[in-house]
Design a protein around this ligand. Structure first.
Ligand code: B1H
Length: 833
């Protein structure tokens, strides 16, 4: 109901007004302490100060959020919806202060109120609703959507537990729950009135449409669960545009099973309802690995159904004809996890809205785009047909109909090609049968993109080559990943960001990252280089403090900090790194004391990352790193020449300390396995150099920064297949250096060798799938070169500056522009304030 005209004057007069100076902030802060938190000057600790600060900033965001949403509705713009099962956001407060450009103001205000901003920021728990690169990419993308003034929403799940917190006990990983919602979360707006019913199970029937007289299919769901919306406002930088990230939480319906009640089973009927909450209870902790669990499929459908219902409802309000749906709505599938959306939209359009199949299908295809993030077989989603059909009986019928129409099209184009049909079919005719979600995503989308040039080429040549045959190669494209410079430079590295701003005439480069190129003209300025180097040292000192507080190991910031932080996975090859560290240790010990410092640069080898709880080999690698660390770090002969540490519980906020503090970082996946990598970009943007294989985005980083500024090694993707074949034919060659490393481990030099045996045997006897033996020597060579270059201090700084100057391409702002132009067909719209 609209407010009567005569009343609106009062509304206008008292409409929410935002603070714009220190006084204004302080008054909001105190108001929140006293009313929102019901605390006072006498019991305001850092937690309360964090909450009062966050609530004050959030109020400001909401004012902009409302204006932005109103504008988008009024202008009836096309929106992009980014569907991702993971959003690895990290902390929100510092980021909001930076994007709103009120960080200094807030720092002054909280200081005047008796607090330190740094302490307040540390109170915030990470929103860790993601595993690794895929989830963090989604977080960078929504930041760039807002910054670029694109009308864009994210849709995800509000897990009560994010990725587990990692403890190291006795050198082993132990998992503990991440209860990030322990205190109320000021960054979310519960929309308890938005409750969308989602059905599961049940059966299908054929009914007669009373209007048309035609018969049609109907799904009679068996179990109903409610999706409740929680909204996270996403501020952009240099704009007042605030987009929305909507996260669904599951809860029981208020429907009550009276039949059970009458049977006297009140307790049980309530208990069953409570189980509804388990759907969004926890994030699955697997990175790059598929596991066919029913609850996971339930999560996927729950999320997709609620999101599409929301999107469709918003479209219906515009009163446009259905064929304009793709002109108003673009939906991006972040991996295959939301592929059910293809089926659900087809169901909504046909079963519920009464559109003809072909008309509906054309709308579906024009709406979706699909991003592939991996070529590794073990990560590709395939749902058993039986499981799928039990949970979603109507959707299974639709999948079969989609597939039938598709295969008929293929058969017409390529008659009698059984091999082609069986490879592109959505159904894998195995025992038991599976639904190949990637095939469904390709068929249901108008565009498929990979996440780096090499990877986008590989998907066309390998896993999706038969689809290139069917559709031609224009359907396949590339959008190389990127990162947001707000969080990954300004927030993580305020010192470097300020130095750059002083040279480039302010912080304008933060949303126009190609401006970094202007730094090149200062490379030969010794004063500038000295400042650059001093900032790196300060950041290393900060990292050393993190290492000391989390591992108890003291490291010298003058050493070379060599970092590998990312999920622990055989394909990422932390084992190659630690074998190299052992080799270095053996060499050090074998070198006469007097010669050690001339031959070796003092080095700290820094590891971090989580292993999936069920991934035995990954956990063994963590144990080996810690075992090597405890031997090396306590060896009095070695001292500062080598330290080995494993930083526990690697997460976004730790990455913000680690990336700026590295001299060298390792991105050493078996060629062809790391689709892109994004931490490689974060390290280089913070003035670190990288050692890496010719894989993923390393290739494009090399192109941008120049071959002289990166340490590449190893076999190429095109040779991997042949090398694996050689191993399987029993023609493996373990280089002598690696034999010595294995002997040292087997001799018990790093603790009980039994538990490491399988790790070594994987290389020696089981085909060395990740080609550790093939790349080991080349890796050691590259590391040797690193030592030599690191000694030339001034040249190293030059490399660092030139690298940063050429990182403009890797801003996620550029990614979003490319998606907008080539996939979403969407324009930015800026609110003029
Ligand atoms: C990436 C995943 C992934 N690729 C399945 N695939 C998951 C697959 O929970 N699951 O089932 C979770 C994650 N994640 C990463 O995506 C790639 O390995 C990186 O190379 C890439 O940079 C990143 C973003 O594109």
């Amino acid at each position: 109901a609209a407010i009567p005209l005569k009343c609106r004057e009062i509304w206008k007069r008292y409409g929410a007004n935002e603070f714009s100076d220190v006084d204004g902030f302080e008054s909001q802060f105190v108001k929140h302490v006293e009313t929102t938190l019901a605390r006072s000057i006498y019991n305001c600790d850092n937690l309360a100060a964090y909450q009062a600060t966050s609530n004050s900033i959030r109020d400001k965001l909401i004012v902009h959020w409302n204006k932005t949403q109103h504008l988008h509705t009024a202008k009836d713009v096309k929106r992009i919806y980014y569907l991702s099962l993971e959003f690895l956001m990290g902390r929100a407060l510092d980021n909001a202060l930076i994007n709103l450009e009120i960080r200094d103001l807030a720092a002054t205000a909280v200081d005047e109120l008796g607090f330190r901003l740094e302490d307040i920021l540390e109170v915030e728990p990470d929103a860790a609703l993601g595993n690794g690169g895929l989830g963090r990419l989604a977080a960078c993308f929504i930041d760039s959507l807002s910054t670029g003034n694109y009308p864009g929403w994210g849709y995800g799940l509000r897990y009560q537990y994010g990725i587990f917190s990692q403890k190291i006990v006795d050198g082993y990983q132990a998992e503990a729950p991440d209860y990030w919602l322990r205190f109320s979360n000021p960054w979310e707006l519960p929309r308890l009135e938005i409750q969308i019913p989602v059905d599961f199970y049940g059966y299908t029937t054929t009914v007669k449409d009373p209007q048309t007289g035609k018969s049609k299919k109907q799904w009679n769901g068996g179990e109903q669960i409610l999706a409740v919306a929680y909204d996270f406002p996403i501020p952009g930088y240099g704009t007042s545009n605030v987009n929305n990230l909507r996260m669904w939480s599951s809860k029981p319906t208020t429907e009550f099973d009276f039949q059970k009640f009458n049977e006297g089973d009140y307790q049980d009927s309530l208990a069953q309802q409570q189980r509804a909450e388990s759907i969004t209870a926890v994030l699955y902790p697997n990175d790059n690995f598929y596991k066919g669990k029913e609850l996971r499929l339930k999560q996927q459908y729950f999320w997709v159904a609620a999101s599409l219902h929301d999107i469709v409802r918003r479209f219906i309000k515009t009163k446009r004809p259905w064929d304009q749906f793709p002109d108003q709505v673009a939906i991006q599938l972040n991996d295959t996890h939301p592929t059910l959306a293809v089926v659900e939209l087809q169901r909504i359009l046909t079963d519920l809205q009464g559109l003809e199949w072909d008309v509906a299908w054309s709308i579906v295809q024009r709406t979706f785009g699909y991003t592939n993030h991996t070529v590794m077989a073990e990560a590709l989603e395939k749902w058993p047909v039986d499981l799928f059909g039990t949970l979603l009986p109507r959707h299974l019928e639709i999948v079969y109909d989609i597939n039938l129409a598709f295969l008929q099209m293929v058969e017409k184009k390529f008659p009698n090609d059984r091999g082609l049909l069986s490879s592109v079919s959505v159904i894998e005719e195995s025992q038991p049968k599976n639904i190949r979600m990637a095939n469904l995503a390709i068929i249901g989308s108008h565009r498929v993109n990979g996440v780096a040039e090499l990877h986008s080429q590989l998907i066309k040549q390998t896993i999706f080559s038969d689809f290139v045959k069917v559709y031609g190669s224009d359907k396949f494209t590339n959008v190389t990943n990127g990162i947001t410079p707000r969080r990954w430079l300004r927030q993580a590295n305020p010192g470097l960001a300020a130095l750059i701003a002083s040279k480039l005439g302010g912080y304008g480069y933060l949303n126009d990252l190609n401006k970094l190129k202007g730094l090149e003209q200062f490379v030969e300025d010794p004063g500038f280089r000295a400042e650059w180097a001093a900032i790196k040292t300060a950041n290393k000192t900060k990292l050393a403090a993190l290492i000391a507080s989390t591992t108890g190991v003291t490291v010298n910031p003058n050493s070379l900090f060599d970092v590998q932080v990312k999920r622990i996975h055989e394909y990422k090859r932390q084992q190659l790194n630690i074998f190299g560290v052992i080799w270095r240790y053996l060499q050090l010990k074998a070198t006469p004391k007097a010669e050690r410092t001339t031959k070796f640069v003092p080095k700290v080898s820094i590891f971090g990352g989580k292993a999936a709880p069920g991934y035995y080999t990954a956990k063994t690698i963590i144990k080996l790193v810690n075992s090597v660390g405890s031997v090396v770090n306590s060896d009095p002969e070695i001292g500062d020449l080598l330290k080995v540490v494993f930083i526990p519980d690697y997460n976004v906020s730790k990455a913000e300390v680690i990336c700026p503090g590295s001299d060298l970082s390792e991105h050493i996946s078996t060629a062809g396995t790391e689709a892109s990598g994004t931490s490689n970009m974060k390290f280089v943007l913070n003035g670190g150099l990288i050692i890496g294989t010719v894989d993923g985005a390393n290739v494009e980083i090399t192109r941008e920064v120049g071959e002289d500024n990166i340490f590449l090694f190893g076999n190429l993707a095109e040779d991997v297949e042949d090398l694996r074949h050689e191993h399987h034919m029993g023609r493996s060659h373990i280089p002598d250096s690696l034999v010595q490393v294995f002997d040292a481990i087997s001799s018990g030099q790093f603790g009980t060798p039994d538990e490491f045996q399988s790790l070594l045997d994987g290389v020696r006897f089981h085909g060395d799938h990740y080609l550790v033996s093939d790349d080991f020597e080349s890796y050691l060579e590259a590391q040797k070169l690193v030592d030599e270059e690191f000694r030339k201090k001034e040249d190293w700084v030059r490399k660092s500056i030139i690298s940063v100057a050429n990182m403009g391409f890797f801003s996620s702002d550029r990614c979003i522009e490319e998606y907008a132009e080539n996939i979403w067909n969407i324009e930015p719209l800026e609110e003029k304030v």
